[in-house]
Design a protein around this ligand. Structure first.
Ligand code: PLP
Length: 382
């Protein structure tokens, strides 16, 4: 069995999540909009899931909208905000290290005449708050989209401070919290954001289900119109099984956050990094040590190229990635690492090793040994 160290790409669906989903794929197949008892029972399951997600992020259930994936959640927020601020005399600010699910829709806005500015990060991968303050223009309407945690490095962004600066200017704020929710405490009471995106498959729910948190009173223009499901904010017959699964996963992660399960993931990650640093020279741990999710080690190995390491690691039974899954196979260095000021050489020599609550100490030790062997082998080749 291979050792899975790519939990930022996706996670294994939790067995309790599968159990929570099964009734809605079998006996409880009814349409939640049907008025008879069986339909209403299915509708109740969606309400339960809404409460479970709301509880995980400190929101009200009415602020939770189920979507088809994290990418959809980001697009819903950005497209609604674009309409709200209007194209003329407005401004949009995003960070340079956003996921393509924020960069592409804001590029599309720029292509039709919106002013869109990207703000950089410091070497530790955290947003440059001074540059953000300069970019925010309080003379025009606008919005800020800043991710909560970066998908490649795990570095946690100063969302509360950045959102406060944007709100002072009367701007709206969206945060892509897809790599944060379920991995670290995320509470909308601590950060005054209007929109927050979540994706189920990053925390043990299946792929193809997400959430958009929309703060009460924040204006919202639906992207998908139709039968008026999700209080008119996202039409389409609800994917009940996946929604129930996402709710269950939210409940599990809330308890993992409280009972030390997430902290234990951090201890394993630290152990992995320690073995690599003790056993090898020329190892760089990238990104802020202080502000990062507990599950990610982002590591560069001098004299190595990730594209040489990855197939050897795969053959040795370690599944991990270079930068982000979306970058795999691309010959350009990661835009995140370039924004952090890394040379191409350092960017190409980086691995992202991402753990989950399913990772074990034995796996971490074995994976570390295999990585050490592959690094030594690749260094011998070069
Ligand atoms: N945003 C971030 C930060 C991500 O890591 C991902 C997934 O890799 C997405 C957005 C897209 O989410 P989904 O795969 O649910 O569309």
């Amino acid at each position: 069995m291979s050792i899975y160290l790519d939990s930022n790409a996706t996670t294994q669906v939790h067995t309790e999540v599968v159990e929570a989903m099964l009734p809605f794929l079998t006996s409880h197949f009814h349409n939640p909009s049907s008025g008879y008892g069986a339909g209403q029972a299915v509708k109740a399951a969606i309400a339960t899931a809404r409460e479970q997600v709301a509880s995980l992020i400190g929101a009200s259930p009415s602020e939770i909208v189920f979507t088809g994936c994290g990418t959809e959640s980001n697009n819903m927020a950005i497209k609604s905000l674009a309409r709200e601020i209007g194209r003329a005399n407005s401004k949009v600010v995003v960070s340079e290290i956003e996921h393509s699910a924020v960069l592409r829709p804001t590029e599309a806005m720029a292509a039709v005449g919106f002013e869109v500015q990207r703000v950089g990060v410091k070497e530790d991968g955290r947003l440059d708050l001074d540059a953000l303050e300069e970019a925010i223009d309080n003379t025009c309407p606008g919005f800020l989209s800043l991710m909560w945690a970066n998908n490649e490095t795990g570095v946690i962004q100063p969302v509360a401070e950045a959102a406060a600066a944007a709100l002072k200017a009367g701007w709206f704020v969206h945060t892509d919290a897809i790599q944060a929710v379920g991995k670290i405490p995320v509470n909308v009471k601590d950060a005054p954001v209007d929109f927050l995106s979540i994706s189920g498959h990053k925390f043990h729910a299946p792929k193809g289900v997400g959430v958009l948190y929309i703060r009460e009173d924040t204006p919202f223009e639906p992207m998908i119109r139709g039968g008026g499901q999700e209080d008119g904010r996202r039409s389409g017959t609800e994917n009940v099984a996946y929604i129930a699964g996402l709710g269950k996963a939210a409940e599990i992660m809330e308890s993992e956050l409280k009972n030390g399960g997430i902290a234990a993931v951090g201890a394993l990650r630290d152990q992995l990094e320690k073995i690599l640093c003790d056993r090898l020279k020329g190892v760089h741990l990238n990104g802020s040590r202080e502000h990062r999710t507990t599950n990610v080690a982002h590591v560069s190995f001098d004299g190595c190229v990730a594209s040489q390491m990855l197939p050897k690691l795969d053959a040795a039974g370690v599944q991990c990635s270079a930068g982000s899954a979306c970058m795999t196979g691309k010959s350009k260095p990661s835009h995140v690492q370039k924004a952090m000021g890394f040379s191409d050489e350092r960017a190409f020599s980086s691995l992202r090793l991402s753990l989950s609550i399913f990772s074990t100490e034995d796996e971490v030790k074995q994976a570390a040994e295999k990585i050490v062997a592959v690094v030594n082998e690749v260094r011998g080749l070069n």
